[in-house]
Design a protein around this ligand. Structure first.
Ligand SMILES: Cc1ncc(COP(=O)(O)O)c(C=O)c1O
Length: 289
């Protein structure tokens, strides 16, 4: 298989029908490309079942609404389309990428006449971070870019434009030998990595920041539910970077990342401890059930 995403084989759902993978194209004067009028989802199927599938479809519609884009498909239609994509591509364990964007019908800041296009692709993607980090955890470094305030960007939308600072931060981290970047928000609080939410364990208490300027991930919500069920003491509160030196465990959550232990942030090291293992095991069991 080619490494380029353009040249793969398979079928992609595109505006209601299927096209061959290399033919899923759009024009260079597409509004979404110039002005980031695009929202997307990242989902995983385990043994043929998409984890929290309807929640992802609802979030795609909501992400569009926040940007003033009405996705022209219902949750039920998106659900059928996603499962059709899996079936037509013979996939049972896969990553699924729905994307919606404004087309080339109008190009300029005003985009009232544009059509909202939707595509769904799926492919095999076993592990987001290298598998060998499972026992040691990934390395993070604090990013130079901060997450914007909720009145400066559509922070509750999974909008493509918000990922510009994620790619810059992730490249910055990789160039310094790290797996990902730890992002602070506009107030200097610890909030998340470039595509996963942040959790830490301090003196036996699981702590995560409130999602007031970043995505309240579905994996984050699932892990909080699991922690409550497993009677892990839990607290949602702001975290300052100085606190990271008095913390015993750190992990990230996300659809792609699942539950990923963190072994190092800047110069501070962490072990993959009992709370991380317990929640990682519970999450893995749940998604496979
Ligand atoms: C910036 C960001 N934060 C958090 C998450 C985690 O969200 P979820 O658990 O819904 O995949 C993601 C992944 O979608 C993300 O891109």
């Amino acid at each position: 298989m080619s490494t380029s995403f353009e040249d793969r084989t398979g079928l992609i759902w595109y505006n209601g029908g299927f096209v061959n993978w290399p033919d899923a194209k759009f024009h260079v004067l597409t509004h979404g490309l110039h002005y980031a009028s695009s929202v997307f989802e990242g989902e995983r199927a385990y043994k043929g079942k998409i984890f929290r599938s309807e929640d992802h479809s609802k979030r795609l519609i909501k992400s569009g609404e926040i940007l003033g884009m009405t996705i022209p498909y219902s949750v039920e239609e998106l659900e059928k389309a996603k499962y059709d994509v899996l079936e037509k591509n013979n996939l049972t364990d896969a990553y699924i990428r729905p994307v919606a964007w404004r087309g080339a019908e109008q190009l300029g800041i005003s985009a009232q006449q544009t059509k909202i296009h939707v595509a769904i692709a799926a492919w095999e993607w076993p592990s987001y971070y290298p598998a060998e980090i499972r026992e040691n955890g990934i390395k993070l470094i604090t990013a130079p870019w901060h997450r914007p305030a909720a009145d400066c960007a559509p922070t509750q939308s999974k909008a493509a434009g918000l990922y510009m600072i994620c790619t810059m931060s992730k490249h910055w981290a990789e160039e310094r030998g790290c797996h990902d970047a730890l992002m602070l928000d506009y107030r200097g609080h610890v909030v998340e990595a470039t595509s996963a939410n942040f959790f830490m364990v301090k003196n036996g208490v699981l702590v995560t920041p409130p999602p007031d300027c970043f995505l309240n991930g579905l994996t984050r919500q699932t892990v909080i539910e699991l922690a409550k069920k497993l009677e892990v003491p839990f607290e949602e509160r702001f975290i300052m970077p100085e606190e990271l030196k008095d913390v015993q465990e750190v992990f990230l959550t996300g659809t792609a990342a699942e539950v990923t232990a963190v072994g190092k942030i800047n110069d501070q090291t962490y072990t993959v401890g009992p709370v991380t293992r317990k929640l990682r095991d519970a999450y893995e069991k749940l998604v496979q059930s």
